[in-house]
Design a protein around this ligand. Sequence first.
Ligand code: ADP
Length: 436
Amino acid sequence: MTARILLFVLALLAGLVAGALVQGERGAVVGIAAGAALWFTVDTFRAARVLRWLRTSQLRGAPHHGGWWGEAADRARRALAAREQQAQDAGRRLDAFLDAIRGSPNGVVLLDPQGRIEWCNQTACVHLGLDPVRDLQQQIVHLLRDPGFAAYYHGGNYAQDVTVAAPASTASRPRQLSLHLHPYGEGRRLLLSRDVTAVEQAEAMRRDFVANVSHEIRTPLTVLAGFVETLQTLELSREERSRYLALMAQQSQRMQTLVSDLLTLSRLEGSPPPGEGEWTPLATLLSQCEEDALALAASLGKPMDIVVVPAPELAVSGAGAEWQSAFSNLVGNAVRYTPARGTVEVQVTPVDGGRAAVSVRDTGPGIAPEHLPRITERFYRVDRSRSRETGGTGLGLAIVKHVVQRHGAELRMESTPGQGSTFSIVLPATRLRPLA
Ligand code: ADP
């Protein structure tokens, strides 16, 4: 302020001195007026430059002056720089936020107060079959025509989500979506979609599994309870009594086998894959299989030809008890399903890439091709009554499949109805070594 007044006074003085020198007293008055006019002209010019620059709203090109106008320009430039920096920061944050939503495994759709699509990410387009350009500003209920979703959308209670079939769902490849609306802002809604196919399938499998286990346990339990009641209420002869007790023992044995198979399965599912520390000779595993097969055939009262071809001098790594259980399950099935006087043959053959296959061949009834893809499922049986008659739990091949997967091996099944089946476990080369 002081400098500005000083400059103004200096301009007047300069005008006064110059005027007085040229024309005396009159000249001094004209000089003062000329000095004041010059000062105002220069000042107005500076103000005009600052104003012109301010109108551009550009950071660059700020005029550099001293005095008031210089300070005003400098302050405006700093305010503009701070605003530009803020805008850049906000832009970067928005980009990062949108990138996160774009990369989200969940679908995100922003709906305006009228329920029209304002924005959606790529996952939502895939889930809901939307076109990110064509479908903008379209009513979501016109595009998503599932009645469950329409009721949910119009119902207005968005505390829970709703599960619907995805538009791309087909009978052979069913897909389930969970849709959840979240109100926000002034009447706007956020629609989140999540693919819950795997979760729903796991839940259905869990329900089936519990139902199957309950059913499997209830059947022998009912039989047992019936015999107990008979023994309690009826006067029985010694022979009848011992016959009933034998039948009761059979049923409790069945329950024990079931529980033991269930425990084996849950152990296999819940433990880490076995390492390579333990090596078991194939010959040891096969001779145990032979013993088990002979004992089973005898207990079933079935004379049959059980041939175990001597195994090559190889050892297999992994959990020996699991391998034993897998091979014994295959041999056990072959014995149980093959009629009396049939043949069961076990042998080890080399497979390309240094692998070896342990094959169990039988001359039993065989399995129709449509059943083969499903027989390793828990409780899946081709012939329910034959499985039960022979003490099957419906879990044997599920156990075999788990053991095989855990050891990086492969289960192969070949069968011709009426002629027999061959189940082979192909052992990976990394798990085989010659006997020391
Ligand atoms: P299960 O205890 O019923 O034998 P598995 O899981 O071992 O259960 O086998 C599943 C089904 O596969 C059996 O119920 C049976 O129908 C069929 N199966 C398995 N092995 C044989 C075989 N060697 N010959 C004929 N059918 C078989």
